[in-house]
Design a protein around this ligand. Sequence first.
Ligand code: COA
Ligand code: ZN
Length: 392
Amino acid sequence: KRSLSHIHGNERSTEIAMLIGQKIEILDSTLREGEQTPGVSFSVDQKIAMAKRLDAFGVDFIELGHPAVAPDVYEAVETLNDLDLNAKKMAHGRASKSDINDAVAIGVGWMGFFFGTSPLSLKHKFNVTKSEALNRIETAVKYGKDKGLKLRFTAEDASRTDLDYLIQVGQLVQKAGVDRFSLADTVGCLTPTKMKELVSRIVCELDIPVHVHCHNDFGMATANALSALEAGAQCVDVAVNGLGERCGLPPLAEVVIALTNIYKVNGNWDLGMIPKLTELVNSFSKLDPNANQPIVGKNAFTHKAGLHVKAVAIEPKSYEAISPESLHRKRHFVIDKYTGKSALNNRLNHIGISVSPKELDTILIEIKSHPEKLNWEDKQLISLTKSMGIKS
Ligand code: COA
Ligand code: ZN
């Protein structure tokens, strides 16, 4: 009979052996997905301070933001791109010419763009067939490569995508010149075992490095990220304090400390900086530490980015793995600088205001020019539209 300590010893050495000689990278998304946390908006100066600290800490990639979101986000990406950092700087956006053009105009070296590949995304978000989606993705990749960008393509909702189709997408983007292929567990529904199976298969099918983007809706983001690395992924996305939409991303501290202590990875990270990094981001985000807790946290069923709100209004499963109703909870939509046309129009209709497309644009410009406002309440939207001469 083997003793328990013997088994533990075995497991530890297996974990250590798993990552020996493997290149491991950390992508920090605090400035991009972190700012999608309900109730969070960083100033350009705060983003500069965080980027410098993250760089000194030793992350490999920093996602600077999605320039199309708001003028201050665009300005932040421009300013951050001028910083002298060791980390690779990456702009974020949709698989669209306009978002690629923004990255090119700003002159950022890397761009990460995404396209939802699951049946839910194809049907409810894009209303396209599988082959139409492949065409759109290929066109975007070729356009970005022609412009000289280093590209990471993310299959959004990869975890709910049919595996054969996901492989087809991966091989297509690789052939079209993408530098990295990223799998997003967009609603956090994978388990470490399923993540391992998925990543092992994708790594086998592709030659380019594989990234993963995990969400924490079931509290498994860190475990899934580590499992992906065990299966041969090269890079995992994290955010300081686990910021991000709903329950957020794997916290940088958990991933890095687990890699160092359990897997014995020597990542050249300045571990002593972690408490200060946490405090710095906390002082800017001012987030209640329980807000992004899975299931029970205040933000667990709150959607913020325009693109998410638009999709959830049509089909909640697009960005929810658990129904809030099953827990007697309600879903919420935040209106702030991350809002989109459709999200804003829905809210205005809900409060009895109907506007022309031109008026909608004007209101959106006004909202996006107030990045300090964290959540526009109905009454604030009513007085805003009144002050603009729009009748309800
Ligand atoms: N690739 C290519 N096109 C996409 C896309 C993608 N991944 N996602 C959406 N689009 C298209 C939509 O189909 C739509 O096209 P149409 O005008 O022909 O119908 C167009 O982009 C606008 O849609 P959407 O982005 O939802 O518009 P919006 O005005 O509601 O929101 C932003 C604009 C910038 C606020 C929104 O894109 C956003 O929320 N971005 C940040 C969130 C984010 O990047 N999430 C990533 C995953 S975490
Ligand atoms: Zn995400």
